[in-house]
Design a protein around this ligand. Structure first.
Ligand SMILES: Nc1ncnc2c1ncn2[C@@H]1O[C@H](COP(=O)(O)OP(=O)(O)OP(=O)(O)O)[C@@H](O)[C@H]1O
Ligand SMILES: Nc1nc2c(ncn2[C@@H]2O[C@H](COP(=O)(O)O)[C@@H](O)[C@H]2O)c(=O)[nH]1
Length: 225
């Protein structure tokens, strides 16, 4: 289906406006795992937003693929130049979404997936409003969250404790989101995300060609008596 919109979010031609699917959760609930599973499943037509961060790279991460790792000065420069769509301090580091790739992708009528925290979600929602679909991922239990962070073994014990302490605040943001998934069984969570995206893509309010299509149907009905 052809898709189109301007940078301001207006419809420009028949089809459907691009949307942004945002995943948020406390650290360790499974956003990255789900995002990587989507990528491994062909990407579902979603472009992944690559954030910038001042956090140190984890052993399993690749610069430019999982994040763009930058220092605090470079981050401040991006902020000062208004090159970030949103930004936040999370667990003592700075994270932000580069604005231009998002504008480019959406202007082509394509969809994107963001893995960002609740502070960034609020900012994106404020800027892009109805073009944003938000999903909060919860762990099945707090004990399982701890075990997932420990089993992942990519952060120091101090970092894990800090993230678990922050989880109490983050988990309370669940009610700000359009959808909530309790990520117990990974396959089930994956299927739930697929269902959410499919339904959101079919939403009447996102579809730009429907009234012309229905007018055509009605004209055809009139002609055929
Ligand atoms: N449904 C699941 N069942 C069991 N383990 C899971 C499940 N989902 C994710 N995990 C595991 O939990 C760990 C944390 O997952 P992941 O890194 O995806 O979390 P995250 O939400 O992206 O965390 P962060 O915010 O710190 O980046 C990983 O080791 C992952 O393999
Ligand atoms: N507001 C933003 N939050 C972001 C962005 N990129 C990632 N994040 C969130 O940070 C925490 C920690 O991530 P980690 O990779 O260090 O484990 C997590 O909640 C992410 O969703 C961003 O660009 N903006």
């Amino acid at each position: 289906m052809s898709q189109g919109r301007t940078e301001g979010g207006q419809e420009t031609k028949a089809g459907r406006r691009g949307l942004i699917l945002i995943l948020s959760s406390p650290s360790g609930a499974g956003k990255t795992t789900l995002t990587r599973a989507i990528a491994a499943d062909g990407g579902w037509g979603l472009d992944l937003s690559i954030s910038v961060t001042t956090r140190a790279r984890r052993p399993s991460e690749i610069d430019g693929r999982h994040y763009r790792f930058i220092d605090r000065e470079a981050f401040e420069d991006l902020r000062a130049r208004d090159d970030l769509l949103e930004w936040a301090e999370v667990h003592g580091n700075f994270y932000g979404t580069p604005r231009r790739p998002v504008e480019k992708t959406l202007s082509q009528g394509r969809d994107m997936i963001f893995d960002i925290d609740y502070q960034g979600t609020r900012q994106v929602r404020q800027r892009l409003q109805d073009d944003v679909v938000t999903v909060f991922i919860l762990p099945p239990s707090f004990q399982e969250l701890r075990q997932r962070l420990e089993r992942r073994a990519e952060d120091s014990p101090e970092t894990i404790e800090r993230r678990l302490a922050n989880a109490r605040n983050e988990m309370q943001r669940w009610s700000e989101y359009d959808y909530v998934i309790v990520n117990d069984d990974l396959d089930e969570s994956f299927r739930s995300l697929q269902a959410i995206l499919s339904a959101e893509r079919l939403k009447r309010s996102r579809r730009t060609g429907l009234s012309a299509f229905v007018e055509g149907l009605l004209a055809e009905a009139t002609q055929s008596g």
